[in-house]
Design a protein around this ligand. Structure first.
Ligand code: HPA
Length: 311
């Protein structure tokens, strides 16, 4: 759409770009600020934690006490959600005593959004004072040890679109958010991953908590057999169509990040296998295992460090 291609000339702003810079900068710092200020004016919540609910995992918002709900379409600058199973609401409230903001429905690259739009909420969360981002998604299992309904703690990711230039940080860098060349080798918080394993033990689940590497593809089609084999060879354990852009932007602005993939299907790895991935099985597996993941995320709220108020 035309709105996706607002050029610097159209914005009429000095965005720190030099002559010959052809990258459009879709949002200015002030655009993110406008949205953050609007939210701070419309809610008394001051969230420390943001949670992005993946496909079929929007039920997490039902666990929020004293929830205050905003439709994406009433929030200035906010993109709109289009995919089935993603509601498109921002929900504030208390989860296990922690002040949270949750995205019920995220923005996907395959929907046609620019990566600036996909990651827009993350920078808004940062400006709201959020220090920790929890990401969840539905993913296909590449690791042969993974079963449908498993939860995979994300240890690392592979930004496959990034290999071809599709990176949300591409273009002029705004130092107010972060540095030009952010490290990404520690993207998924080590302490929180350790605490996740302890919390999982406490929950007494039969299944083990899996851990591994999430690879993002743009989608919307599921992988070919050859592609799935390639992804496995690359060292990926689960494949999906989201999360990575949000995590990159979150790490850029210094948020603590951890997250989970719900394994909704086993990716087809050989030509004899007649199964085909489809969106319904993704949503169904989500329903069955969602409650476990919801309980898990709720318990983990206790493990997130309290905000450093700089005392
Ligand atoms: N591939 C890509 N994305 C997915 C899958 C898959 O098999 N399952 C859920 N999201």
């Amino acid at each position: 759409s035309g709105q996706d291609c607002v050029t610097m000339e159209q914005k009429g702003q000095d965005l720190g770009a030099s002559v010959g810079d052809t990258i459009e900068k879709e949002f200015t710092y002030e655009d993110y600020e406008t949205t953050a200020k609007w939210l701070l004016q419309h809610t008394e919540y001051r969230p420390q934690v943001a949670v992005i609910c993946g496909s079929g995992l929007g039920g997490l918002t039902a666990h929020l006490k004293a929830a205050q709900i905003f439709d994406y379409n009433e929030i200035p600058n906010f993109p709109q959600s289009t995919v089935q199973g993603h509601a498109g609401r921002l929900v504030f409230g208390l989860l296990n005593g922690r002040c949270c903001v949750m995205m019920q429905g995220r923005f996907h690259m395959y929907e046609g959004y620019s990566l600036s739009k996909v990651t827009f909420p993350v920078r808004v969360f940062h400006l709201l004072g959020v220090e920790t981002l929890v990401v969840t998604n539905a993913a296909g299992g590449l690791n042969p040890n993974f079963e449908v309904g498993d939860i995979m703690l994300i240890r690392d990711h592979i930004n496959l679109p990034g290999f071809c230039g599709q990176n949300p940080l591409r273009g002029p860098n705004d130092e107010r958010f972060g540095v030009r060349f952010p490290a990404m080798s520690d993207a998924y918080d080590r302490d929180m991953r350790q605490k996740a394993f302890s919390a999982w033990k406490q929950m007494g689940e039969q299944r083990k908590l899996q851990e591994g590497t999430y690879v993002m593809l743009a989608g919307p089609n599921f992988e070919t057999v050859a592609e799935s084999r390639l992804l496995k060879m690359l060292g990926a354990d689960a494949v999906g169509m989201s999360t990575v852009p949000e995590v990159i932007v979150a790490r850029h602005c210094g948020l603590r990040v951890f997250g989970f993939s719900l394994i909704t299907n086993k990716v087809v790895m050989d030509y004899e296998n007649l199964e085909k991935a489809n969106h319904m099985e993704v949503l169904d597996a989500g329903k069955a295992a969602a409650q476990t993941l919801e309980r898990f995320v709720s318990i983990l709220m206790e493990s997130i460090p309290l905000p450093d108020r700089g005392s």
